[in-house]
Write a protein that binds this ligand. Sequence first.
Ligand code: MN
Length: 254
Amino acid sequence: MRILVTNDDGVRAEGIRHLAEVASEFGEVKIVAPDRERSACGHAMTMRDPLRVKRTTVSGIEAYEVNGLPVDCVNVGLTVAFPDGCDLVLSGINNGPNLGFDVTYSGTVAGAMEGCINGIKSIAVSMSVFADGAPYHYETGSSWLMHNWEMLVDLPLHDLCFLNVNVPAIALPELNGHKFVGMGRRIYQDRVERREDPWGREYYWQGGVVVMTPESEGTDVWAVTNGYVAVTPVSLDWTDHGLLSMWNSGRTRS
Ligand code: MN
């Protein structure tokens, strides 16, 4: 099995090393990742600047660092690292959660999305750490992946579907297992903070405090807060098919 590993935290991030090491147990791994942190770049791609690729190694694994975004890395990877294609794209392990609507901002998820668009089975993996400075517990993610590799890789998927996996950042003995769940809701409050620079000029810093809304069972937010790995099938078809068939059956007035 040929496996392309990417991320949005950069080729030197701790998480990608863990992911590549696990993947090496199951196939031929090549890492193609951004040369620096590119978190929250979403599904953006570089079109107006040249992409430079530098050969390197990570944990003894063949690696390429790219001055681009995760989407660029997947596409460059399919040209440079695996010109004959690959069987699996893994993205992560991200140093933070990608739950609910985060999937629309996440560069980690975008890496898997691009693999999926290229017709390759793709999985994004993130450590759901919620407090600043709390340990990431990548070893829990690695260990869970190692033990559940076959289950995960063999899950039946539709063409336009990839997997978003969130591992709670807790020690392995505290892990309760995994749940197949849908996207929950994570709302950010005070998203934009006004600050002043040393010269009294105002500037704004975007981030915000996440408010975990009480979630019903069956969502990714619920799963990770209850000590389960959240495995979510995400479809690239964003069409609201229910609404579409309602409109097409003549119900166009509310
Ligand atoms: Mn990241």
